[in-house]
Unconditional design. Structure first.
Length: 274
């Protein structure tokens, strides 16, 4: 009776390692999805709130604002890409690619404790605290910029939460047990990255108002891109979350400059009357 061929122990070990790596790369299905009626309710409530707020503006201002938005063609491309990114979350193959890229940024190379502390702290530049601090700093010297920073940061936070509720994407550490988390586990959903959107909004707004020149302007956007990278490093976001946050922040900075004649004037008049 011929003997059954059995692979050598070394081959078995290699096969086990390959299977382990494949298991690490393959994302596990999330059990944290919210029901569809909840997300529909969020969308309807957000749209109703927007219509309600716009109803307070004079008709001529609404018309001028709408014309400004339609003529701002540089918003079309980022809005289109952001929409595609949101739709791509339904693509299973895209999730696998996203997960591979996330694990590369999250696990690749040496991660000493000092680097974790440094990048974890750097990541918090996008928490909104920096923007509010700058709003306080510019209050006396540049009130328009101060108000745009404060109101833009707050409204962008609301928009991020609405998009997170609609897309309902779980954090990487919830779907991938091999994800490495630096610091605390961020609450809430994953798409888009709120920290990334806030820091890109800040860079866009400061570049518009301060006109710092090419080198300093490029440095601001480099810092924003660095914050986006750290969101993957600390295990809080996938690459598509970061890209979506960057696009949203850039669009929000552009929108803030478009509606500057309306909301800044309104708030300055309100503050001076009290």
């Amino acid at each position: 009776m011929p003997k059954k061929n059995t692979p050598p122990p070394i081959v078995e070990t290699l096969q086990e390692q390959v299977e382990t790596l494949q298991e690490q790369i393959k994302p596990t299905p999330s059990s944290h999805k919210r029901p569809l009626p909840y997300r529909i309710g969020i969308f309807v409530a957000s749209l109703s709130a927007l219509v309600f707020l716009l109803s307070f503006a004079p008709p001529e201002q609404r018309e001028v604002l709408w014309r400004a938005l339609t003529l701002q063609r540089n918003l079309i491309v980022p809005m289109f890409i952001l929409g595609l990114l949101a739709l791509s979350l339904l693509w299973a193959r895209g999730q696998e690619i996203d997960n591979r890229a996330f694990l590369f940024f999250n696990l690749r190379g040496r991660r000493p404790r000092w680097l974790d502390i440094a990048l974890g702290s750097f990541s918090q530049l996008g928490s909104g605290i920096l923007a509010i601090g700058l709003a306080i700093y510019f209050w006396r010297s540049n009130r328009d910029l101060s108000l745009q920073l404060a109101l833009g940061t707050l409204t962008l936070s609301l928009m991020v939460e609405v998009l997170k509720a609609l897309t309902d994407r779980a954090r990487p550490f919830l779907t991938n047990p091999n994800a490495r988390v630096v610091g605390w586990r961020e609450p809430g959903r994953s798409f888009p990255s709120g920290h990334t959107s806030q820091i890109f909004f800040l860079a866009a707004l400061l570049n518009h108002h301060l006109q710092p020149g090419f080198l300093l302007g490029a440095f601001m956007y480099a810092v924003a891109a660095g914050v986006g990278f750290t969101r993957m490093y600390v295990g809080a976001h996938y690459p598509r979350d970061v890209l979506g946050g960057a696009l949203l922040g850039l669009m929000w900075g552009t929108l803030a400059n478009l509606i500057d004649p309306y909301w800044v004037t309104f708030f300055i008049v309100s503050l001076t009357q009290h």
